[in-house]
Design a binder for this molecule. Structure first.
Ligand SMILES: Cc1cc2nc3c(=O)[nH]c(=O)nc-3n(C[C@H](O)[C@H](O)[C@H](O)COP(=O)(O)O)c2cc1C
Length: 177
């Protein structure tokens, strides 16, 4: 089975999109995420995968808590903001209503469907994304909603490609051939 088949299978999942937020000290971060899932029923656990290229990843390494915001079909502007800009150069939270949750994590006030979670484990198995496993602390919902899905944001260009690394690069960023 080649990469095309893998891509086809993954695309067929048409994942719903979330915005993951984090804070470390005064630094806030957040990005659009398609790699995420519930990972336990009792206790309630949730995993997200962050790209090593992202500002959000670097902040999340030092964060104790994350905000997980489930986007609706009305949230295309938020998807654009968090998926195409980078906290390396922009304050993505400017002009947005936020509340500080545990660990100072910024919660988007206009996203009524969200989790506040505590980081438990980080798994780096050497790929371009790391898994952050979390325990659910609070869940809020504004009621049933139509999720914004991957197939609806094909026109968005992420601020960082998954294979980008910071300069000077780590050993993993050096081309192998
Ligand atoms: C449709 C879509 C899905 C994405 N999924 C993920 C993901 O699962 N994990 C991740 O870390 N970045 C993902 N990204 C990339 C980041 O959201 C994007 O590069 C963002 O601009 C990084 O911002 P930051 O540097 O402020 O963290 C996705 C982007 C798009 C457009």
């Amino acid at each position: 089975m080649g990469n095309d088949a893998f891509d086809t299978l993954m695309g067929s999942m048409d994942n719903p999109l979330i915005v993951v937020t984090a804070a470390a000290g005064e630094e806030r971060a957040g990005c659009l995420v398609g790699f995420h899932t519930q990972s336990s029923i009792d206790p309630e656990r949730y995993c997200v995968w962050l790209s090593k290229a992202n500002h959000t990843y670097r902040v999340a390494l030092r964060a104790t808590h994350l905000g997980i915001h489930f986007l609706t079909r009305d949230d295309l502007a938020l998807a654009e903001r968090f998926g195409t800009l980078t906290g390396d150069t922009t304050d993505k939270f400017a002009g947005l209503r936020t509340e500080a949750g545990a660990g100072n994590v910024p919660l988007l006030s206009d996203c009524g469907n969200r989790l506040l979670v505590r980081r438990t484990t980080l798994v780096d198995e050497g790929a371009d994304h790391v898994c952050i496993a979390t325990e659910m602390l609070t869940a809020e919902t504004a009621g049933p909603f139509e999720p914004l899905r991957l197939s609806e944001v094909g026109h968005l260009t992420p601020a960082h490609e998954a294979d980008e690394r910071h300069d000077p690069p780590t050993e993993r960023a050096v081309p192998t051939g």
